[in-house]
Write a protein that binds this ligand. Structure first.
Ligand code: HPA
Length: 237
């Protein structure tokens, strides 16, 4: 057990999928995994371990925002030996070419700040996805026929944004979408020599104001989970 995860040692797989929402972790585990066991409910941040096509995988909620994700990812890596960590979450689109329901694979992420700012200090570290995961996810998305964009995203510290000028600069510089967690995941993976990727579904559009209706969120979320699982286990049939 750690402070925030109640699992026993050995109950968490080396490959961990990280949705922000703990109920999405439950849905994904029940929908995609077999032999599922709930391994965490501390603070309601549900986690499950099971098998996908014979491969052991954990799906653990990360909460919203980089400070919350940082707590779970630190404990997953340092205390439970997680090696491959894939965020599965939603984002807001920032380009006209990116549509609601499309998938974004985050090659890198821009930030104003992250929880790692304290140790990186004046460095503008470039958080970067693991290439083998990114390549496998791109292959999986193509095989599924899911409209997919690969490039830079923006990991923001705020959902209710008071600085429209920052979003304007992100749009101007070709950033595909905005979410709140990927940059710190990539930095922690780099620090601990793990592999990380963020696979994101576009749930809303900052330029058009469109949003994915709640009854359609499940289907789009499912496509993303499958892409993440295929990225983690490219040799599974
Ligand atoms: N902003 C930040 N995070 C998000 C958004 C957004 O518009 N949509 C989904 N996650």
């Amino acid at each position: 057990m750690t402070i925030h995860i109640g699992a026993e040692k050995g109950e968490i797989a080396e490959t961990v999928l990280l949705p922000g929402d703990p109920y999405r972790a439950k849905w994904a585990a029940e929908t995609f995994l077999s032999d599922v066991k709930q391994i965490n409910n501390v603070r309601g941040m549900l986690g499950f371990t099971g098998f996908w096509k014979g491969n052991r995988v954990t799906i653990q909620g990360s909460g919203m925002g980089m400070p919350s994700l940082s707590i779970y990812v630190n404990e997953l890596i340092r205390d439970y030996g997680a090696k491959t960590l894939i965020r599965i979450g939603s984002c807001g689109a920032m380009q006209d070419s990116v549509k609601i329901r499309d998938v974004i694979l985050a090659m890198t992420s821009t930030t104003l700040s992250t929880p790692s700012r304290g140790i990186l200090r004046e460095l503008n570290f470039a958080p970067c996805a693991d290439w083998s995961l990114l390549q496998a996810a791109a292959d999986a998305a193509q095989a599924k026929g899911t409209p997919t964009h690969i490039g830079g995203i923006y990991s923001s510290d705020v959902f209710y944004d008071e600085r429209p000028d920052l979003n304007e600069q992100m749009v101007r510089h070709g950033i595909l979408g905005v979410e709140m967690e990927a940059a710190e995941l990539y930095i922690l993976a780099a620090r601990h020599k793990c592999r990380a990727l963020a696979v994101l579904t576009v749930s809303d559009h900052l330029l058009t104001g469109e949003a994915l209706p709640s009854d359609e969120r499940e289907q789009s979320f499912g496509d993303m989970v499958e892409i993440a699982l295929r990225a983690a286990f490219p040799d599974a049939d």
